[in-house]
Design a binder for this molecule. Structure first.
Ligand SMILES: [Mn+2]
Length: 274
């Protein structure tokens, strides 16, 4: 098994500026791989070095945008067909739609564990009904896979509407009050699933820890809580990680960048270190 680290800097229809985030992460990721290659001492990185395929997509022309969804789906499908681990880094959260499209076509027992401040099913009066980063789950090409959201800060959408689209949600407030029940449930649901994908929208983090995300919402998760949940759901069934909504123009002293690069390497070690 290998890892395909695909960087797909798409950021139209909401949260512009996140394109630069995916590009910066692509650079930082390549630098990490190059550093590992240069190192003469045996390090833990040897567990994954040589098992990572890097690819960066470009959005330089109108034509690149015209078939963005098809291009994304095609790239993801190839990785999933090979059974490789997928790291899908995109601009805004809408750039993860091609992954949801592909999972819609797959079996029902693939669980998506989503870390996101928002439930992207917005239908409120001031929201566009056209495809956007705030409603993209409503535009999935087929029935949504079962989605478990962790860390949302939603205060407006009613639970009967949310339940139509999400298997389960735990708001950041619920996690603050009683993290244990959520950890138990996450363990149970991941145990039942045959495959698991992680979808990290950086705005799940509290801006105090992660300033580099647009649409910052207070009362977010700390990186420690995110790690607790990754630990609770982790097994060999985890097939990939999507990262979105990193906006480096809002970052402070590369704090958010460092958080993401650390997390990517942590995940690679978790996947490949025996
Ligand atoms: Mn979000």
């Amino acid at each position: 098994m290998k890892t395909a680290a695909l960087f797909f800097p798409f950021d139209l229809f909401g949260s512009g500026g996140a394109k630069a985030g995916a590009e910066l992460l692509a650079d930082a990721f390549q630098e990490m791989l190059a550093d590992n290659k240069r190192e003469r001492q045996p390090t833990r990185a040897r567990a994954y070095t040589g098992k990572v395929r890097f690819e960066e997509f470009t959005f330089d022309t109108l034509a690149d945008y015209q078939d963005w969804r098809k291009r994304g789906r095609h790239a993801i499908r190839e990785v999933l067909k090979r059974g490789d681990f997928l790291i899908w880094t995109t601009g805004n959260h809408l750039g993860v739609l091609p992954l949801y499209d592909e999972l819609a076509a797959a079996s029902k027992d693939t669980l998506v564990v989503q870390f996101d401040a928002h439930l992207d099913i917005y239908n409120l009066s001031d929201c566009t009904s056209e495809l956007s980063h705030g409603n993209f789950l409503l535009h999935c090409a087929g029935p949504l896979p079962p989605i478990l959201n962790l860390g949302h800060r939603e205060l407006l959408l009613r639970s009967d509407y949310i339940e139509k689209h999400f298997l389960k949600t735990y708001s950041a407030a619920e996690l603050a009050v009683d993290p244990q029940s959520a950890l138990d449930e996450v363990r149970r649901l991941s145990g039942e699933a045959s495959r698991i994908f992680l979808d990290l929208d950086c705005d799940v983090f509290d801006p105090a820890f992660f300033p580099g995300a647009g649409h910052a919402q207070p009362f977010g998760l700390s990186p420690h809580v995110v790690l607790q949940f990754i630990d609770a759901l982790w097994s060999e069934k985890v097939a990939g990680l999507a990262i979105s909504e990193f906006d480096p123009a809002r970052d402070q002293c590369d704090r958010s960048l460092a958080t993401l690069v650390w997390l990517m390497e942590y995940i690679l070690l978790k996947r490949f270190e025996k």
